[in-house]
Each structure stands twice: as structure tokens, then as C-alpha cells.
Design a protein around this ligand. Structure first.
Ligand SMILES: Nc1ncnc2c1ncn2[C@@H]1O[C@H](COP(=O)(O)OP(=O)(O)OP(=O)(O)O)[C@@H](O)[C@H]1O
Ligand SMILES: [Mg+2]
Length: 289
């Protein structure tokens, strides 16, 4: 099992320090989850080392780590999209065998995740149809979630008629349409410009409150992780194991200027960067030997 050290207790509500939720079972829990791939008869390649942590109800957990560490693999195991090679992933206490109805997923590449031949409304309707929601309830839900992402007027347009940031808001609306307990996001803002990215960060914080949803959010951007998260899971270089779980000691509500100017923000950045960079350097050195 990976060694997990934890930093200062968090200044947050909703979950207790150290990865143990304040009340009830965790929404999602990983126990020694390891994932290896075998491509075309070649030797097994370990994508993710043994990873263990829980996500409590209402928490916002970010996952950071070097490229190839296994962040997407980790998220796929949490979604029930990939089965661990060993260990176990549980959702609300039950082993994950498929994507639960109460889980929404947002990927980085909105241009591939939205169907270009369907209007925005029909894209958002898809997961509701799959779950057998009737037409009237679907229409109400589509209106609700599009309004929540400030896209009330674009339902009849096609994704390709919208900007990148708007398309990613459609993808978020679609993931929220079923009122999920858990929202899993894989570098969702990596393809948009910096200004749009800040707006989407604030949007996701507002949506988290509005929909009372638990969020696990993968990002390369350490500032983004600190700004958004209650806790940050720092993964080592490939194959990823948990280097440290950092409790973010920043008050909420957060604000792009005040929170990022807070001296605690700078301390978190320095600490997490040193974790990521030193582990990457150690992995490069090990590969050279
Ligand atoms: N379906 C697959 N088949 C074989 N190998 C895979 C598969 N998916 C991922 N891998 C390998 O597993 C490792 C981890 O990949 P993963 O995409 O999880 O990393 P990541 O941390 O998300 O990387 P990035 O930051 O670049 O998105 C990589 O070496 C990758 O090549
Ligand atoms: Mg990835």
C-alpha cells in the first residue's frame, strides 16, 4: 500500500481531516487500487501503483501528478469505466462494476465528448434518456441545468456553433443533468484560454454548492487544484502512487484575486510543486540508472 502522509488539518466543512468523511460512508473509496495494461501480448505495464484513499460526501478533491502518472486511469477506476487489476474501488460502499447512475463524468476533450449531429438540448438529454426519464421531466431538467451553466438560450444550437468554453459548459450540464452524487472531471479546462478557465473554475465551485455534488477533479495545474480543492491527492511519477494528501487551508467562498493572493495559497503552491518536481526528478534518475 502506498505510504500516505497528510499535512495540516483543513479549514473546511463537510469532511473531517485526513480523508475520513465527517459522517456516513465515503462516496467513493479506493483500497490498494492497482492497474496494469497488457497491450498486444507485450509485457504488463503498470499504469497505476497501489492507491488508497476515500472521498467524503460533499468534498472537492483534486488529483495532481506528472504526465503519465495514471491520473486518467485512476479516474476511470473511480467511474467504474475500468476494473482495477488488483485492489478494489467502491461507490457508496458497493464494489464498482459499471458506471453508477449517480456518477457524472466530464472529459478534457469536449469536441469528442459532445455529439456534433445533436443539438445542445439533445446532447444534455442523452443520460436522462438512458435512465428512462420521461419527456416532460427531461425538458424541465435540461432547462434547469442549461440555466445553471448560463446557457439557457443555446439549447437549439449545435455544439460546433459554440465557443470552446461554452461547449465545456454543455458537457458539464450534461454530467449534472442526472443530479449525480459524484462528479468526476479529467482536466476539463485544459483546452480553454486562461480567462475562460478562471470563469469555469468559479462556475464549478458555484455548481458544487447548487447541486451539493461531491467532486473529484484531475488537473495538471497546481494553482487550479489549490483554488478549487478541499484536499489535493499528489501522485508520484509513473506508476502513480500517493505521495501525499494535502489539506487546503483556504477559507470559502474563494475568490480568484483574494484566495490566490493569500499567503497560505503561496505556501501550498511551493509545497506541492516541490513534491511533484522532486518525485519527477527521482523517477528520471531511476530510469537513467
Ligand atoms: N488503455 C490503455 N492501454 C494501455 N496502456 C494504457 C491505457 N491507458 C493508459 N495507458 C498507459 O498507462 C499510463 C498512465 O496513463 P494515464 O492516461 O492514466 O496517465 P495520466 O496521468 O492521465 O497522463 P496525462 O497527464 O498525460 O493525461 C501511461 O503509460 C499510458 O500509456
Ligand atoms: Mg490523463
Amino acid at each position: 500500500m502506498s505510504r500516505v502522509s497528510r499535512s495540516q488539518p483543513p479549514g473546511r466543512s463537510g469532511a473531517a481531516a485526513g480523508g475520513t468523511p465527517a459522517a456516513g460512508a465515503p462516496v467513493v473509496s479506493l483500497h490498494s487500487v492497482r492497474k496494469a495494461y497488457r497491450a498486444g501480448g507485450s509485457a504488463e505495464r503498470v499504469a497505476l501503483g497501489e492507491v488508497t484513499f476515500d472521498v467524503g460526501r460533499g468534498e472537492f478533491v483534486c488529483v495532481v501528478g506528472p504526465s503519465g502518472a495514471g491520473k486518467t486511469t485512476l479516474l476511470r477506476c473511480m467511474a467504474g469505466l475500468a476494473a482495477p487489476t488488483s485492489g478494489e474501488a467502491r461507490f457508496e460502499g458497493a464494489p464498482l462494476r459499471r458506471v453508477p447512475d449517480q456518477v457524472g463524468v466530464v472529459f478534457q476533450d469536449y469536441s469528442r465528448s459532445l455529439y456534433p449531429w445533436l443539438t445542445v438540448s439533445r446532447n444534455v438529454a442523452l443520460p436522462l434518456k438512458v435512465r428512462g426519464v420521461d419527456r416532460a421531466a427531461r425538458a424541465a431538467r435540461i432547462e434547469e441545468v442549461l440555466r445553471s451553466v448560463s446557457l439557457a438560450d443555446v439549447g437549439r444550437q449545435y455544439p460546433w456553433q459554440l465557443s470552446g468554453g461554452m461547449q465545456q459548459r454543455v458537457a458539464i450540464a450534461r454530467a449534472l443533468a442526472c443530479h449525480p452524487e459524484l462528479l468526476l472531471m479529467d482536466e476539463p479546462f485544459a483546452s480553454v484560454d486562461a480567462q475562460t478557465r478562471f470563469e469555469l473554475e468559479d462556475l464549478i465551485l458555484a455548481l458544487r454548492e447548487e447541486f451539493s455534488v461531491t467532486v473529484v477533479f484531475v488537473t495538471h495545474d497546481i494553482d487550479e487544484a489549490i483554488y478549487l480543492a478541499d484536499r489535493i491527492v499528489v501522485l508520484s511519477a509513473s506508476p502513480g502512487t500517493v505521495t501525499e494528501i494535502v489539506d487546503v487551508a483556504l477559507p470559502r467562498p474563494r475568490d480568484q484575486i483574494t484566495s490566490k493572493g493569500d499567503e497560505r495559497f503561496a505556501r501550498h503552491r511551493e509545497h506541492i510543486m516541490s513534491l511533484v518536481m522532486s518525485r519527477s526528478a527521482a523517477a528520471r534518475a531511476a530510469r537513467r540508472d
